[in-house]
Design a binder for this molecule. Structure first.
Ligand SMILES: [Zn+2]
Length: 340
């Protein structure tokens, strides 16, 4: 009888359906383009956005060497801190090994297992956020020149009707303003006002899972397409018109890897995951800032401005999405996971 196939430690960690070793094992380079492409190479290029493992190692995008652990000690901003993570979703999501009778508990900030994972992430997000007023993109977002975008930049609508001036009124773009010595102070003061007057009253955070819609939205009558979009997102920011709250949801799926259940996460992977989660949180808080800046909503009178619910384009970018636009400005690119 043939011996049972034992998965290698890399297969156990990185997976490869149907094989006994990881499909991500580095491959020897092909000698020439005439040599046929192997199934393993196809698998890697399909899974890794066109790269092979060897190429990612050569680019130093994937490394098993030991990195220095994050050691930020700056405080977590009050509006991201532990007391802001309320129990937004019910029933809460059990941790692996958690649940009603098990000790690991749930994905809630009052759980020390969760908070230990979140602390370095939130320190990093807080550090970046506190520096944002120094960034020209952020300066433009708050105080740049806003204008309606040219008609020719608008696409036809879904039924093929060309854009008209009425549609144009809904879309604006913002541009960098002239650099001046007082710009950063003006931005910082404005953000502090938003924190004091809006964030402190209305921002709540919670954990969601991609496996189901947060229970509070189950009876909203959303169509299937929107439900899928809400479910599958890594982060989600929702303005509730009444009672005037902004809910920020972070998906647990990437955080789950930081639980390191198999005790095989290397230091580089841990840092990448922490950076990615911090970026997701910053992304969502850029959406929070859009709402908090009162373009869309008056938090004193609980009324919304229906004409200003669409986010603005930055300069000549082709997508009006402040989270991606801000990420792109701050990190010179957007942060997505490389494995499909
Ligand atoms: Zn977004």
């Amino acid at each position: 009888m043939a011996a049972p196939i034992v998965p290698t430690k890399y297969q156990a960690k990185y997976g490869n359906p149907g094989g006994s070793k990881s499909g991500f094992t580095p491959l020897s380079p092909r000698i020439s383009d005439l040599q046929p492409v192997s199934n393993e190479e196809n698998f890697q290029r399909n899974s890794l956005r066109g790269y092979t493992t060897t190429e990612l190692i050569d680019l130093d995008a994937h490394s098993s060497r030991q990195f220095k652990e994050g050691n930020l000690q700056n405080p977590i901003w009050e509006f991201m801190d532990r007391q802001r993570w309320e129990l937004l979703d019910y029933p809460p999501i059990p941790l692996p090994g958690g649940g009603p009778n098990l000790t690991n508990g749930y994905w809630t900030a009052d759980n020390d297992i969760v908070w230990n994972i979140m602390t370095p992430i939130l320190r990093l997000a807080s550090r970046v956020f506190s520096r944002l007023p120094l960034h020209p993109w952020f300066d433009a977002f708050l105080f740049g020149e806003f204008s309606l975008i040219p008609l020719e930049r608008l696409p036809t609508d879904v039924s093929g009707v060309p854009a008209n001036d009425g549609m144009r009124q809904q879309f604006r773009c913002f541009k960098l303003r002239e650099p001046r010595p007082g710009n950063a102070e003006q931005c910082a003061e404005y953000v502090q006002r938003l924190v004091d007057n809006v964030f402190s009253k209305c921002v709540r955070l919670g954990f969601k899972t991609k496996r189901r819609l947060p229970s509070k939205y189950l009876n909203e009558g959303y169509d299937d397409q929107l439900i899928e979009k809400l479910k599958s997102s890594n982060g989600l920011t929702i303005l509730n018109y009444a009672p005037g709250t902004i809910d920020v949801w972070i998906s647990i799926e990437s955080l789950e890897q930081l639980l390191d259940l198999n005790n095989d996460l290397n230091s580089g992977e841990r840092l990448v995951l922490q950076y990615r989660m911090a970026t997701i949180i910053i992304h969502e808080f850029l959406h929070v800032l859009f709402h908090a800046s009162r373009r869309s909503y008056d938090f004193d009178n609980l009324t919304y401005n229906a004409g200003a619910m669409i986010e603005d384009f930055f300069d000549d970018e082709i997508v009006a999405e402040l989270g991606w636009s801000g990420e792109n400005a701050v990190s010179s690119g957007t942060c997505t996971k490389i494995a499909a």
